[in-house]
Design a protein around this ligand. Structure first.
Ligand SMILES: *Cc1c(COP(=O)(O)O)cnc(C)c1O
Length: 457
């Protein structure tokens, strides 16, 4: 088989500032050793997130010029609505400025204190929006999905028995809806099988509970189904996506992922009463229902992007970049979460740096070493981000200390990937020189964004 090439060529370039090691050491020091506080310009390869960081196609840039900025009922809105109808066949469509705005309005209109919302794994904004209105967010992932070393497909699946038990114990009246996140971002970008979505829907139907899909990476999930689930190899990604949405009563979406756009989101639903409530709050918080917090040109860009994300050759290339890195890491014996996800590779910092105690944050040690060695910006998903405190205020480390390398869409080429692999290899070879960190300043909430670190020797 020949090399899978990027199915695009480059018409416009954006320079990367190449920095020296000493410049990076200085930049990190200035940022109090917290990678979030480093300027983007000082990161050669920025893998902080795949959200809103993708490159647009010529068709998307051209579509921007067609943006109809009329306040109500614009041409761009019509295109947006018909594109989403075409993919999902769901009746009511509401644009929002991001995924979390859709989540917030959904939670506010449908949940009351004491309600519970199950999901395979809630994304952090989804959980926060549910908890903000006094309801509870519960993760019901399969045990396989919780094991980072187990190499099986569809580790994003919901555990059907846990779901049924949860409904029986909680009571239908306390569960206004159930969610399923495709792919499962919090669980490593792992996909959900069509069989699982169908089975979840069957259980929910029995109890009369609506299913809401968190659809941020619906096209990547469709690709995994095409590749790994029997019966789907001859279907198009669009056909697969349509079947996924056929089981849904509603969906929330961040177009910053598989919308291939830099901003945007939407909410869709079939229920007229849900739509009426959503619409009223949308007008209050986001905008008139035919633009909902987006410019006409954004609606155009998203309409093109959603269809481009469903192009098979694009997904083949996208997945090849992630697996390419996974194969190289495997060959070097570097520990990472298996199989690789749809949008990211997760290095296992605890196994990478076994001598650094959990409360000296091996994930931060690894993130900072990758930055100093090659200007790569990854993100710690471990004890700094998810650590808790017991009743005496003693810090409890997270179960896993991971470093996520998330890949922006259509941005980096194979030589960038080769470079990243070389940097990781160099860090791996010199891993004994990496030290842990202690926190010298932290805010009350979401400390990972702004806390300060100091090396411990
Ligand atoms: C990004 C994301 C969201 C939130 O979307 P924003 O556009 O960032 O507000 C919700 N769910 C999942 C699974 C996501 O990845």
């Amino acid at each position: 088989m020949k090399t899978i090439i990027e199915p695009f060529r480059i018409k416009m370039t954006e320079p990367i500032k190449l920095t020296s090691k000493s410049e990076r050491i200085a930049a990190l020091k200035k940022a109090h050793n917290n990678i979030f506080l480093v300027d983007a310009e000082d990161c050669c390869i920025d893998l902080l997130t795949d959200s809103g960081t993708g490159a647009m196609s010529t068709k998307q840039w051209a579509a921007m010029m067609l943006g109809d900025e009329s306040y109500a009922g614009s041409r761009s809105w019509k295109k947006f609505e018909s594109t989403i109808h075409n993919i999902t066949n769901i009746k009511h469509v509401f644009p929002t400025h991001q995924g979390r705005a859709a989540e917030s309005i959904l939670a506010t209109t449908r949940l009351k204190p004491g309600d519970m919302v199950p999901n395979n794994s809630h994304f952090d904004t989804t959980r926060a929006n549910i908890e903000f209105v006094g309801a509870g967010a519960v993760d019901l992932l399969t045990d396989a999905g919780l094991d980072p070393a187990l190499e099986v497909p569809f580790k994003g699946n919901m555990d059907l028995r846990k779901l049924e038990n949860f409904i029986e114990e909680t009571g239908v009246e306390k569960i206004p809806f159930c969610m399923i996140t495709v792919t499962n971002n919090t669980g490593g970008g792992q996909p959900v099988a069509m069989e699982n979505i169908r089975a979840v829907k069957e259980i929910l139907k029995k109890y009369g509970i609506p299913l809401v899909i968190d659809a941020c990476r619906f096209a990547e999930n469709a690709y995994f189904i095409h590749e790994n689930e029997a019966g789907y190899e001859n279907k198009s990604l669009l056909e697969i996506a349509r079947e996924m949405f056929a089981y849904a009563d509603a969906a929330t979406m961040s177009c910053k992922k598989d919308g291939l756009a830099n901003i945007g989101g939407f909410f869709i639903c079939n229920n007229d009463a849900w739509a009426e409530d959503f619409k009223n709050l949308l007008i209050l918080k986001e905008g008139f229902p035919t633009y909902g917090g987006l410019a006409g040109r954004d609606l155009e860009v998203i309409s093109v992007g959603l269809m481009e994300a469903l192009e098979y050759d694009y997904q083949v290339y996208r997945h090849a970049t992630v697996t390419y890195m996974g194969e190289k890491l495997e060959a070097m014996g570097i520990p990472f979460v298996k199989p690789v996800g749809g949008h990211a590779v997760f290095l296992d910092a605890k196994a990478f740096l076994p001598d650094i105690p959990a409360l000296q944050y091996p994930g931060v040690g690894l993130v900072n070493a990758l930055y100093i060695e090659g200007g790569i910006r990854g993100v710690e998903l471990g004890s700094v981000m998810f650590g808790k405190r017991d009743e005496n205020g003693v810090e409890i480390p997270a179960n896993l200390d991971l470093v996520r390398l998330a890949f922006p869409r259509r941005v980096y080429t194979q030589s960038h990937f080769d470079y990243m692999i070389e940097v990781i290899e160099e860090v791996w070879k010199n891993r004994e020189e990496i030290s842990g960190y202690k926190i010298t300043y932290q805010p009350k909430f979401l400390r990972h964004f702004t806390c300060h670190f100091e090396q411990v020797n």
